[in-house]
Design a protein around this ligand. Sequence first.
Ligand code: PEP
Ligand code: MN
Length: 354
Amino acid sequence: MEPVLNLKDWGMGFNNPLYIAGPCSVESEEQVMETVTELGKTGKVDLVRGGIWKPRTRPNSFEGIGEVGLRWLKAAGNAINKPVTVEVANAVHVYQSIRHQIDVLWIGARTSVNPFAVQEIADALNGIDIPVMIKNPINPDLSLWLGAVERIRQAGIKRVAVIHRGFSAYHHSKYRNQPRWELPIAFKREMPDVPVICDPSHICGRRDLLQEVSQKAIDLDFDGLMIESHINPDKALSDAKQQVTPANYQVLIDSIVQRNPEITGTELDELRDQIDSVDREIIEILAKRMNIAKAIGTYKKDNNITILQSKRWDEIANDRQSQGTSKGLTEDFMTELYRSIHKESIRQQSKVMN
Ligand code: PEP
Ligand code: MN
């Protein structure tokens, strides 16, 4: 596969972090021109977004303005001298976007979930040199996300990025889509050269959460943000609750504290040395615990006792959880930690017994 190009080498004047903003949907010539003109004044937009074909969950809602909107979006981008991006879900969308000189394409979460659709887009892109951003599939499946990126890269696309927009769940809790930060982090480990952009708008589903999620993405060294902005959010034809006015977009971006991923220095080095040495101790102690578990396994074998005694395990789980929480460790962490320790103990004992 072709190597992936850094955002700085996309030839579009991009920097890190990359700021993408624009309406969820292109609705009218005026709406997109006014929104984008105001966004341009903030000086905080590198790439303008706008949905032309909208993948709506239920029918009979606004499904996008269609091809005519490509012209309006491109004109709005030209007015502020910035490139534009749209979502494509099939080959026809790709051809129409290319014909209207759209600068960057993105693949939505309901499309990246479907290898047939992604392959159709990849085939349509063959021989075309345009940047493509791939949103995570709606379900938390890392391989499916990686697979979508591989299909696009196999079409010869070198300017590739991914967008983390969260994962759907049956119950909406705080977020419209669960962030599951461990997935974009795991993605980075698998494909470290592919820039990862966060889409806080679709994670949050409501504007009051955008700040904390945007900051979290920057703290995790994401390469950019995609934020939905509308000249009159409450009147938006799609995703009204999560869009912000261009003025509030500026407030949001100005509030984000940039972090430097390169910082080292003696104090940090010392702290890291301490972590390394504590980790060595943790591993020693875990090995010691497993050796005791094995001795218990031998005893159980000799006396024909079952490996698992639920009552004893319940006692351990509860006791360790309260010990942990009394030391300021979270309940979730203690549960996961002991579930995993217990699993390993059973594995070690089964080896001894069989
Ligand atoms: C969008 O960006 O407007 C959109 C439909 O996003 P997603 O594919 O993340 O749902
Ligand atoms: Mn949207």
